[in-house]
Design a protein around this ligand. Structure first.
Ligand code: ADP
Ligand code: ZN
Ligand code: ZN
Length: 740
């Protein structure tokens, strides 16, 4: 018997199967991880296929040394998926296979943890007699009493109750009354503190949604897009759907944008499904992640909740994949090999016969367009549960505030509403989206942001050389002293962050208590759970945070939501800026009024007339979609075109730039004569906006292309060429989440 093996070395040169001999003593299966000799060293590898004959000199074939596990770590459909990713992302197969496994499994960096247990070996009837026989040894008597239930007890647990437990155990096991043995222990992550809850009676909209969804568990078809307003009870739909999947003997994967954003989702699922659920996310320790992964692989946990990479969870007989908050950009991986978890979900659904459900209160332009085209099935839940009203939204024009002499960060209306909210003993949430490495430049008088002449994007302030730059076309100009639109001198980079807002809240509303949730305060492993718990317990009346608090959270006591600088995201140098702004505002507004009391929202903005802000204030998704869709069409942005870039990393900028420049030249030269050239709408080599990351200089070639099946292959060829010819690291990204 021979095995075709992919050796775990991420290099184009060894991106092919190698044939090894399978010793008779080694029962290998496809998907198993093995250790093999490779050149002078030993390497890990993956068994791709077994075969009876070798196609070359048998004497030269080396044998597989060992299997790393006694089960296939890779399920057959996931191996097929890896092939697909390799072709799409132009990466070596082993890099695609690595996505399917917890990173720490490679190189044997985590081990199965063993725990010692003690258990009686004598029959229950003889326990009393045994206890009597140890009259002069009270510790042994206590130990026997503790074990008298016949169950296996962890020695660690007994140690806490019996002094010198080891000595007693040794004695009793010598007398053959007790046995001590080792068992695999699973390291369990924190699942939050939710109590077991019972099923609510479904609303009509929830029932109707399930009537469409449940049959798809048995007969999958197109992916579904569930568009339900905030508070419409989408989670309950997920829970019931997953339960139906379990009943049919199938498993489920629920993707959430980021675990820190959705601690409550885990709590809710845990409270309904208990140990049948596992979580996979970046906050787990390596041991926890490995053990959760094994619980899934062994079929003990049939439900997986996790971030992006959980889409690769080894769930056998998959019934459904749910992608919650499907509009989130976190579903696009930024690391190589690049993938879109939503696409992977669709691909797994198709291959494994599972239903695919994308869900959002603010679907991505792409997904909603797919429902218009009939490629996805649209399900709508336009009302909140129990006839709770959507919150009332007030737009405050901050230019007006300035004219009235208010230079503070809070509008008069917001201050007044917050005071009233606190007086009634209710809670408030305050959102400020201060994120990114550089701010844009905004005129505080007229609301104008400085935009590029050639692109429909705001320019970004670079403090190093005090210039404004367009991250799309590379144009640069000095920071103007006066607003180009109204000549006012109140033109400056936006600079309020959460900390400054916290200070101001504490000054104006002493005693209310502020919990701040942002990257800085949630660094600890379970910090996000703790902050959420503290706010829910009412320890503070105000929860202040970045987009971390915008989504998914459900606090019935919150009746007021404020967005301090609502349009900050509008100024991001990205064609998706209006989409992101709309999504954020609707999501953040959706945190208000989820309990018995109706909610109110104050949106502070410098651009109240912007269509994204206006549509968000009306919570009118369709109005926004229609406008944005037309804008994308007119400007030839995705989904009408495709953005691609070659990111070139090198030791210094000169080399990175030279690489980018020569790739651009090559592409231009090679295609000038062909019809394909017309598909390239735009090509430019430039320094990347973030010029250095982890001590590597970065440059890129940006391309805007017309969609065409050939384009993909073409770009793949350039990637291969680039890898061969340039000393710099070149990486191809298609429709990247970020162009930074
Ligand atoms: P969404 O995700 O659509 O914003 P959630 O799933 O968070 O909404 O649900 C909003 C609130 O409504 C939650 O507190 C949830 O427990 C509650 N809820 C959901 N379904 C029902 C129902 N059928 N009856 C009563 N309350 C419900
Ligand atoms: Zn101005
Ligand atoms: Zn530009």
């Amino acid at each position: 018997m021979y095995a075709e093996i992919i050796v775990d070395i991420a290099s184009e040169q060894v991106d092919r199967v190698f044939t090894y001999l399978v010793p008779d003593t080694l029962p290998l299966k496809p998907g198993m991880r093995v250790r093999v000799p490779f050149g002078p060293r030993e390497k890990e590898g993956y068994v791709i296929r077994l075969k009876d004959t070798a196609d070359y000199d048998e004497k030269k074939i080396k044998p597989v040394l060992a299997a790393l596990e006694d089960y296939p770590a890779l399920l057959p459909p996931l191996m097929a998926l890896a092939q697909e990713i390799r072709e799409k992302s132009h990466c070596p197969l082993c890099e695609a296979l690595r996505l399917m496994l917890p990173a720490e499994m490679r190189g044997g960096r985590v081990k199965v943890k063993l725990e010692e247990y003690a258990q009686l070996t004598i029959s229950p009837e003889r326990v009393e007699e045994a206890i009597q026989s140890q009259k002069r040894a009270p510790k042994r008597q206590l130990l026997l009493t503790l074990l008298s239930d016949g169950q296996a007890h962890p020695v660690e647990e007994l140690r806490a109750l019996v002094n010198n437990v080891r000595e007693s155990l040794n004695f009793l096991s010598e007398k053959e009354m007790v046995r001590v043995f080792e068992k695999e222990a699973l390291r369990a992550p924190y699942y939050g503190r939710a109590e077991v809850s019972s099923d609510p009676v479904l609303t009509l909209e929830q029932r109707e949604a399930l009537e469409e969804l449940v049959p798809a568990l048995r007969k999958p078809g197109k992916p579904f897009l569930l568009h339900g307003v905030t508070g419409s009870g989408k989670t309950e739909v997920f829970i019931r759907l997953v339960r139906e999947a379990l009943k049919a003997g199938k498993g489920a994967i629920i993707l959430v944008p980021e675990i820190v954003l959705t601690p409550q989702m885990i709590e809710w699922f845990r409270s309904r499904f208990g140990n049948a659920m596992a979580v996979l996310h970046s906050r787990l320790s390596p041991g926890e992640r490995f053990d959760e992964w094994r619980r899934i692989r062994q079929g003990d946990a049939r439900i997986v909740i996790g971030a992006r990479s959980a889409v690769f969870a080894p769930v056998d007989n998959l019934g459904v994949i749910i992608v919650d908050e499907e509009h989130e950009q976190t579903y696009l991986s930024d690391r190589f090999p690049q993938y879109d978890a939503r696409e992977i979900a669709a691909s797994r659904g198709k291959r494994e016969g599972a239903a695919v459900l994308l869900s959002s209160a603010t679907p991505s332009i792409y997904s909603y367009a797919m429902t218009r085209r009939g490629d996805y099935t649209l399900i709508e839940m336009p009302h909140r549960v129990l006839d709770r009203p959507l919150p009332q939204i007030h737009l405050v024009d901050m230019r007006e505030e300035l004219r009235k002499g208010n230079r503070g960060m809070f509008s008069g209306l917001f201050q007044q509403k917050l005071r009233a909210c606190l007086e009634k003993g209710q809670q408030a949430m305050l959102f400020i989206n201060r994120r990114g490495y550089a701010s844009s430049v905004v005129c505080r008088k007229c609301g104008e942001t400085v935009k590029c002449d050639r692109c429909d994007v705001s320019m970004t302030y670079h403090s190093v050389d005090q210039t404004l730059r367009c991250h799309y076309c590379g144009a640069a100009r000095p920071l103007p002293k006066l607003c180009p639109a109204c000549q006012s001198p109140y033109i400056r980079p936006m600079g309020i962050g959460t900390q400054k807002v916290e200070e101001e809240l504490n000054r104006q509303f002493p005693g209310a208590g502020v919990i701040r949730m942002d990257v800085d305060t949630t660094a600890g492993k379970n910090a996000h759970f703790e902050l959420v718990d503290r706010f829910r317990a009412g320890e503070a009346k105000i929860l202040l945070g970045t987009q971390m608090i915008a989504k998914g959270l459900d606090f019935p006591q919150v009746t007021l939501v404020g967005a301090v600088l609502a349009d900050l995201t509008l100024n991001f140098p990205d064609y998706r800026a209006p989409e992101r702004t709309f999504q954020l505002l609707v999501q953040v507004a959706g945190r208000a009024g989820r309990g018995l009391e109706p909610g109110e929202v104050v949106i502070q903005t410098y651009q109240p007339e912007h269509y994204a802000v206006r549509a968000a204030a009306k919570q009118d998704y369709r109005a926004f979609f229609n406008e944005e869709f037309e804008r994308r069409k007119a400007g030839l942005y995705p989904p009408f075109t495709m953005m691609a870039r070659f990111l070139c990393e090198a030791k210094d900028m000169r080399e990175a730039r030279a690489t980018a420049e020569s790739i651009r030249e090559r592409i231009t030269e090679e295609f000038r004569e062909t019809s394909l050239f017309r598909r390239i709408l735009f090509i430019r080599a430039d320094e990347a906006p973030i010029t250095r990351i982890q001590d590597k200089a970065r440059a890129h070639v940006l391309l805007k292309l017309l969609n065409h099946p050939d384009t993909d292959r073409l770009l793949g060829r350039f990637q291969e060429m680039a890898l061969e010819e340039y000393p710099a690291r070149v990486q191809l990204e298609i429709n990247p989440a970020s162009l930074a």
